[in-house]
Design a protein around this ligand. Structure first.
Ligand SMILES: [Zn+2]
Ligand SMILES: [Zn+2]
Length: 136
C-alpha cells in the first residue's frame, strides 16, 4: 500500500503522478545506476564494503528552494563504522534545472490549495496538486 500525488499545470495541462511508497523498504540496488548522484554511488560502495550500522530510506517529494520545481527522490541515511570511526551519510539533492542543492520536503498538510509550483514542462508557476492517489 502506497500513496501519491497527482499534479497538474493550469497553464499547459501537463499532468504527472508521483507515487510514493513506504519508507525503509527500498534497497539501493533498485536504483538505476545512471541516475545516481555521486553521493548515492558512494553510499552504494559503502553498503558493499563497510560495516553498516543503520540504513534508512524514504521516498519524498522534494521542492527546490530556489525555483520550486518538484522532484520525487529517495533520500537515504546511512551510518557506518570505518575502522572504529562512526560516519554518517545522507543522499544529496540537486535541482536539474537551477543546480540548487537545498530543498523543502513536500508536506501535504502544510500546504494551502493556492500554493503553486513550477511546471516541469512550461516553466510557469501554475503547477498544483490535483489529488491524492492510493494504491496497493
Ligand atoms: Zn531549482
Ligand atoms: Zn505547464
Amino acid at each position: 500500500m502506497g500513496y501519491g500525488y497527482e499534479f497538474k499545470c493550469e497553464q499547459c495541462n501537463y499532468k504527472r503522478e508521483y507515487l510514493l511508497g513506504h519508507g525503509g523498504n527500498i534497497k539501493i540496488h533498485e536504483f538505476e545506476t545512471e541516475n545516481m548522484t555521486k553521493t548515492e554511488l558512494e553510499i552504494n560502495e559503502i553498503m558493499k564494503n563497510e560495516k553498516v550500522i543503520s540504513y534508512d530510506s524514504d521516498v519524498k517529494l522534494c521542492v527546490c528552494k530556489n525555483c520550486q520545481r518538484i522532484y520525487k527522490k529517495t533520500i537515504i541515511e546511512l551510518i557506518y563504522d570505518k575502522e572504529g570511526q562512526i560516519i554518517s551519510k545522507k543522499s544529496n539533492f540537486k535541482c536539474y534545472k537551477c543546480k540548487c542543492t537545498e530543498y523543502n520536503d513536500y508536506k501535504e498538510e502544510e500546504l494551502s490549495a493556492s500554493l503553486c509550483f513550477t511546471c516541469p514542462k512550461c516553466g510557469e508557476k501554475s503547477y498544483k496538486e490535483d489529488g491524492i492517489i492510493f494504491w496497493d
